[in-house]
Design a protein around this ligand. Structure first.
Ligand code: NI
Length: 389
């Protein structure tokens, strides 16, 4: 079973599908046409598919008819509200919507893997499930499928992301920390309104909220262990009406990123305490509200790590591998990894010789298509090795 050769054979198909999906992007939770086309693509390979009336995305199953484990391969399918600036001949036909995070490439690689696996079905046991998932960009798209029990009969899951700062066509199958956890917060600072010329008669919520922002940064630099990566960012600071009115109400909205499960548990209390005290210095109150979003993506399952490494080396040798630093961005693949053992790989998109130099989410982001067959091969090889182990 030569998966590398099968991927090469399907190269044109994979690239053609990537271009089709690139041209027809849809926003998170609205990927209805994408779902319909994916369903047709997978059914054309003889797969059984399952779609949902109230939610986009689908699951396709390749059943070998032989007893064994079930591996799930995952691609996200949503695009971003970005006006495309690539100038590609197959650029988006949906104004203001663009596959600027490479999820078009993910779909194409998964379809490529599906084609390869359908061809070698007789040599496999167990089942391969393909999940084409809605709403990754909103950090919670994966939830629906978990809540509907669709991972119950799954023994392992594999996902990957194509990445703009990693050289093509290299593969990164490193164990350990890959993407950070993500939790968002809102802080409401309340003061007392008065005339701008007599601040001593009121409680200035803008000054208090500024103190809260600096207090949060102080936590990161002074109280957090510096060897433990932590980001606390306030991205929105909203309050006030007029230059001569002392403001009595400020809203701060921000996000927290870390890899530490222990720290993540403690942060709500720690940051709330800082917010309350920092506001109290100026006679104001602060209400801290945390919205837990996603755990970190950490490749910490030894069996899965070994399968991924062996698969990549079997396909393209040590020279096909690359290193990528762990990121403070997040991925809702981590929700799947909480349910079943998982592995998350990265595939290089960058190629300066072809002018492909932009990062994910940039309006000129694109991928070196030479990487696509490698991603397809990696997913397929991972599935084969997981099932036949
Ligand atoms: Ni993405």
């Amino acid at each position: 079973m030569d998966i590398r050769a099968l991927a090469e054979k399907n190269r044109d198909y994979i690239i053609e599908r990537r271009r089709y999906y690139h041209q027809h992007p849809e926003l998170s939770f609205k990927e209805w046409e994408t779902t319909k086309t994916l369903k047709a693509d997978l059914e054309a390979m003889g797969m059984e598919t399952q779609t949902f009336e109230d939610y986009p995305g689908l699951i396709a199953t390749l059943d070998t008819g032989k007893p064994g484990r079930t591996i799930m391969l995952r691609s996200d399918i949503d695009a971003l509200p970005v006006v495309e600036g690539t100038g590609l001949e197959f650029c988006s036909v949906n104004e203001g919507v663009m596959h600027a995070c490479g999820h078009d490439a993910h779909m194409a690689m998964l379809l490529g893997a599906a084609k390869i696996l359908a061809e070698v079905k007789d040599e496999l046991c167990g089942k391969v499930k393909f999940i084409l998932q809605s709403g990754e960009e909103h950090a919670c798209g994966a939830k629906y499928y978990i809540e509907h029990g669709l991972l119950k009969d799954v023994d392992g899951i594999f996902g990957m992301h194509i990445w703009g700062t990693v050289d093509a066509p290299f593969i990164c199958v490193e164990p350990g920390k890959r993407m950070a956890s993500c939790d968002n917060f809102t802080i409401r600072v309340k003061g007392k309104q008065t005339h701008g010329s007599s601040p001593h008669l009121g409680h200035d919520a803008i000054v208090a909220a500024s103190n809260v922002v600096m207090g949060l940064q102080g936590f990161v630099s002074r109280k957090n262990d510096p060897t433990n990566p932590l980001v606390v960012s306030v991205g929105k600071f909203h309050g006030g009406n007029m230059y001569n009115i002392i403001c009595n109400d400020v809203e701060l909205v921000g996000t927290i990123r870390t890899y530490s499960r222990e720290l993540r548990k403690e942060l709500e209390t720690e940051l709330r305490t800082i917010a309350e005290h920092a506001a109290a210095v100026y006679g104001c109150t602060a209400e801290f509200e945390l919205s837990p979003m996603l755990p970190a993506v950490i490749n910490d399952n030894d069996e899965m790590n070994q399968i991924a490494m062996d698969a990549a080396v079997k396909l393209y040798g040590q020279e096909g591998l690359t290193h990528m630093d762990s990121l403070m961005g997040s991925e809702d693949f981590s929700l799947f990894m909480e349910q079943v053992p998982g592995f998350f790989a990265f595939i290089g998109a960058k190629n300066p010789d072809k002018g492909i130099i932009y990062s994910n989410h940039h309006e000129k982001f694109t991928v070196d298509e030479d990487s696509l067959e490698r991603g397809a091969a990696l997913a397929a090889q991972f599935a084969v090795d997981f099932l036949n182990k």
